[in-house]
Design a protein around this ligand. Structure first.
Ligand SMILES: O=P(O)(O)OC[C@H]1O[C@H](OP(=O)(O)OP(=O)(O)O)[C@H](O)[C@@H]1O
Ligand SMILES: Nc1ncnc2[nH]cnc12
Length: 177
């Protein structure tokens, strides 16, 4: 837990709907020291695992994931929401609070047997990360770890990932929704 980094996260009440405390990483990203310290800590966790690829989840996982991939000298692969990728895709449907959504990657960008680290800015219920993990495993990837800047432990996402056999780490934690 890093209080310095935590202090750089802005909390916006009632966004995008009443009762949600939105943990906004843009204030940390806009702070050069904060961005350097956060990405250094992510890289310290990821580097010893010697991944082949960093896979980031749309949208804020792209920012951290691309920086992490560059720091490690590895490639970056985006997991996008339905219909955004131009090439042939493989995907997975997953259940949201209301209805379903779909995550997709470009076919062939996560080769069978590749050792990958999955990254996103935040884990809440874990639904998004679990769907992405399942998609990667369906491609035959070895999922080394899921990494997050922020965990919301009250929503149980890290526990849900553990129940799926996915190792996971987060740099910061915030109480509440
Ligand atoms: O653990 P979960 O309950 O699945 O929630 C976590 C997801 O929610 C946020 O993305 P959001 O859905 O806001 O999409 P965006 O990054 O495209 O704005 C966050 O960046 C994670 O991807
Ligand atoms: N409280 C929250 N803040 C920012 N992103 C989120 N995604 C899901 N819950 C969130």
């Amino acid at each position: 837990m890093s209080s310095d980094l935590t202090d750089r996260i802005r909390t916006i009440p009632d966004f995008p709907k009443p009762g949600i405390q939105f943990r906004d990483i843009t204030t940390l990203l806009a702070d050069g020291d904060g961005l350097r310290d956060l990405t250094a800590r992510l890289a310290d966790i990821a580097r010893p695992l010697d991944p082949d690829l960093i896979v980031g989840i749309e949208a804020r996982g792209f920012i951290l994931g691309a920086i992490l991939a560059q720091m490690l000298g590895k490639g970056f692969v985006p997991v996008r929401k339905k219909g955004k990728l131009p090439g042939k895709t493989v995907g997975i449907d997953y259940v949201l609070e209301y209805g379903t959504d779909r995550l997709e990657i470009h076919e062939g960008q996560v080769p069978q047997g590749s050792r990958v680290i999955l990254i996103d800015d935040l884990i809440a219920t874990g639904g998004t990360a679990i769907a992405a993990a399942q998609l990667l495993r369906e491609q035959g990837a070895v999922l080394l770890m899921a990494l997050f800047a922020i965990d919301l432990p009250d929503l149980g996402g890290m526990a849900a990932l553990a129940a799926e056999g996915v190792a996971a780490r987060a740099i910061m934690a915030f109480d509440g929704h």
